[in-house]
Write a protein that binds this ligand. Structure first.
Ligand code: ADP
Ligand code: MG
Length: 396
């Protein structure tokens, strides 16, 4: 294993990282940083929680010229929360080289944001708002030397391709492009190829904490009648912060109400809430005032909370990748984590594939649940929900 120094990271940045407790590179960082520093285009496939942000933030902070007077690096992300989190990571190392970062996202006044952003060296932006700013000429993109697409698969799922295309057209052709995605199959792969030149490809497997057995995976058989009560019992017996997933925004709101009736305080987080409401919910959860956060996949994307002790799938994830994304949010930073999935009878066959993937097929059967035979063919990039109605892709 190499150190940040051995990968070519500058001393000042190494020190800034150490000050925030980042001492040794994660796998994806070890794979990507040297190429990133060399200006090489790259495609990287790596799950949530694997440390992708620093994998691109470190090379950007080290490579760009802090004397520049217009933005020279652009990171596109699918959601506002992610824009803020990625910008925070930049802010933790940027000052080491005088690099300024600005987050650009919708739902806030456009002129004020344009003003703040136009002098930043690094823009971390959601595609819609950035395109808006560029069209109004409130921001210049002709100085961009490094482009990152973070969670590119999710940007496509959310229907951002037209905006992303329009933005990329405005950028200099001579640039470095780093492409991060949970999958590089199908459409996402095509996009990756069209935006990059002769890229290196990297694939980091499951985040170490999910693979190492530090995360416990439980599968609980439920019926429609006892599903909520089962969740209530789990939440009451466990102490710590629980992140509960539902499939839909309405499902999240409804579940919060039902929990309330059982004297369990919970807050919801989803795309129909305005920015302030989402941040308020998140803050109450982070500060431990409310120990249960009910979220949809998209809203929880990029949520970066080290203290989550339980991830509970009230509705199962769409597939095993979805499972990794969700349960990858617990057991971070060396803590123990637990992933619990509630399984209705008609969901058993599909969820059993997930159970097998995390090595818990025996536990699944011990619960009296049916295990389906191994699936030989995986569906492509389209994440059609096998559990119930087709997954809505926009604004979940
Ligand atoms: P991803 O984008 O792959 O989902 P993040 O970049 O958000 O993952 O990183 C997940 C968490 O791990 C963050 O809290 C981040 O600060 C932390 N982290 C990243 N790299 C390291 C490292 N090398 N050592 C310790 N913590 C790290
Ligand atoms: Mg990320």
């Amino acid at each position: 294993m190499k150190s940040f120094r051995q990968l070519g990271v500058a001393e000042k940045i190494v020190e800034a990282l150490a000050r925030r407790g980042v001492e040794t590179p994660f796998a994806i960082q070890e794979l990507v940083i040297a190429d990133g520093l060399n200006g090489q285009d790259l495609l990287a496939k790596s799950p949530t929680g694997s440390g992708k942000t620093l994998a691109f933030a470190i090379p950007i902070v080290q490579r760009i010229d802090p004397k520049g007077s217009r933005p020279s690096a652009l990171v596109l992300v699918p959601t506002r929360e992610l824009a803020l989190q990625v910008a925070d990571e930049f802010a933790s190392i940027g000052p080491a080289r005088g690099v300024k970062v600005a987050a650009v996202y919708g739902g806030t006044p456009v002129f004020a944001q344009g003003k703040r952003a136009k002098d930043a060296h690094v823009l971390v932006a959601t595609p819609g708002r950035l395109q808006d700013l560029a069209e109004r000429k409130l921001i210049r993109l002709d100085g961009i030397e490094i482009l990152v697409l973070d969670e590119a698969d999710r940007m496509l799922d959310m229907g951002f391709q037209p905006q992303v295309d329009a933005i990329v057209k405005r950028l200099p052709r001579k640039r470095q492009t780093m492409f991060f995605s949970a999958t590089l199959d199908g459409e996402v792969g095509e996009l990756a190829r069209s935006y990059t030149f002769n890229p290196s490809r990297y694939d980091a497997e499951l985040p170490a904490h999910l693979e190492s057995g530090e995360t416990e995976h439980r599968f609980v058989s439920v019926t429609p009648e006892n599903k909520v009560e089962t969740l209530v019992a789990l939440l009451k017996e466990e102490r710590g912060l629980a992140l509960v997933f539902t499939r839909t925004k309405r499902g999240a709101d409804r579940l919060v109400q039902k929990l309330k009736r059982h004297d369990v305080a919970a807050v919801a987080m989803h795309g129909d809430m305005n920015q302030n409401a989402r941040e308020r919910a998140l803050t109450r959860f982070e500060e431990g005032k409310v120990s249960t956060l009910v979220a949809t996949d998209v809203a929880a994307r990029g949520l970066d909370l080290d203290d989550i002790t339980h991830v509970i799938n009230f509705d199962p994830p769409a597939d095993d990748k979805g499972y990794v994304h969700r349960v990858g949010r617990t057991g971070r930073a060396g803590r123990d984590g637990i992933g619990i999935t509630l399984v209705l009878p008609e969901q058993q066959a599909d969820v059993s594939h997930v159970a097998r993937k995390v090595g818990e097929a025996a536990q699944f059967e011990a619960q009296g649940m049916r295990v389906a035979r191994p699936r030989l063919v995986y569906s492509g990039t389209r994440r059609s929900s096998k559990w119930g109605a087709p997954a809505k892709r926009r604004k979940i």
